[in-house]
Design a protein. Sequence first.
Length: 526
Amino acid sequence: MEVLPLVALVAVSAAVAGLARWTPVPAPLLLVAAGLLAAYVPGVPSYALDPHIVLPLLLPPLLYTAGVDSSYLDLRANIRPVALLSVGYVLFATLAVGYVAYLVVPGLSLPVALVLGAVIAPPDAVAATAIARKLGLPNRITTILQGESLVNDATAITAYKVALAAAVGVSAGWAGGIAEFLLASVGGVGVGLLLMVPIHHLRTRLREPLLQNTLSLLIPFVAYAAAERVHASGVLAVVVVALYLGHRNWQVDFATRLQETAVWKMVAFILESVVFALIGLQLPVVLKGLGEYEGPDAVWYALVVFLAVVVARFVWVFPATFLPRVLSERVRRREPETNWKAPVIVGWAGMRGVVSLAIAFSVPMTVPHRNLILFLTFTTVIGTLVVQGLTLPPLIRVLRLPRRDAQAETLAEAQAQSEASRAADERLEELLAEPENALPPPLADRLRMVLERRRNAVWERLGEVNPVTGESADDVYRRLAGEMIEAEREVFVSLRDRRRIDDEMLRALLRRLDLEEAAAYREDSA
């Protein structure tokens, strides 16, 4: 791909994703719609998905950032539903959707139909995370959807390889397929376990934030490539490393964490935007090679496969939710009570995405009905993103699912901060009592004031609001602090413009103000 079209793709995708923040439509849906429209705008180049780029270059960083942001403890607490969806459901969907396609499409052999089933079996990691983040789903549902989407790509890719081998006549049978699945899964986890400790050790030993962040950007590609090198699952290797590093991120120095958060937010924003735009832009490529299946027959096949995908998920989700609770007292004791609403949301949140399309594009040209596989994958991806993505928010409102209890979360945060501040206060007094730590009283009082400010900030969010502005006392404090910092900033710039200070000194002073402003303002967006 030439440089200019690539730059234009990134720029326009980012602009559309930014525009989505001002609309009620989730960014993935707006980006897909923009891609569909742009595909037929004169002068827009062809952006055909290359699986050799998407799978090894786009998938690892997207999985890594999702894994680092996930909670290892929450995933461990929900390992049963996550495993049932990420492994059990993907295999079930491969068989169910493949068999439906085999029955409906004349001339489609069962192995080729199973290739199609494996391609469209996994819900998309990016779509699930983006939609869940936008809708503010309950914690447990969000954890289950994110956990499923982190692992299911590995299951689907392995199932695809087994089905493809059968389709081209080189299958080693069921025993060979199971052996390949075990090699990919156990091997991928094993590679991740081997890499995670040395990588974390290196991260904690590096003291230069730029070097640490360079390492951070390389980690997902190293983990993916190392696993694929031994024919294991690169997806699982990346996920294992990401979960471990995210769980131990507190052991990395603060400068690296601040910079790393900003870097990965930018990377994830750009990649997610480009990925969903690319989905829409595939329409001309898909339609061009449809051949004998053009017309009403193709539409009928697409509708049947889409319905099979939707129905198969519900057929799996409801028994997987309730049967273990009926059969096992341990499950009833360890997991919270649930009702029919949660599986309805999980069942309807099975959007497909770019991984399915990338796998479909990787189907060899020699496989019969390859163009039909590509077309049905595209229509299923678009159908799930548009139909389910657009209807999921009103469905959640109709079902009246409990939202996250902001008051309870703030109270828990305040209590945690109170305990931490008490420990810090005791440590400060111990240090100040030692002769080598003697400080002038104003500086010692400043340390106490900073500690007191942190202790009170969270409690203030629970207090009464300003009757004029509707702000809490903490909101007013941060707004006034921002105005004061802005006044200082303007003076520094004025002094630079009058050549009283140079640019190097201006940058140092502005960085100090930036750090103070970052400390004063609490981040509210995920």
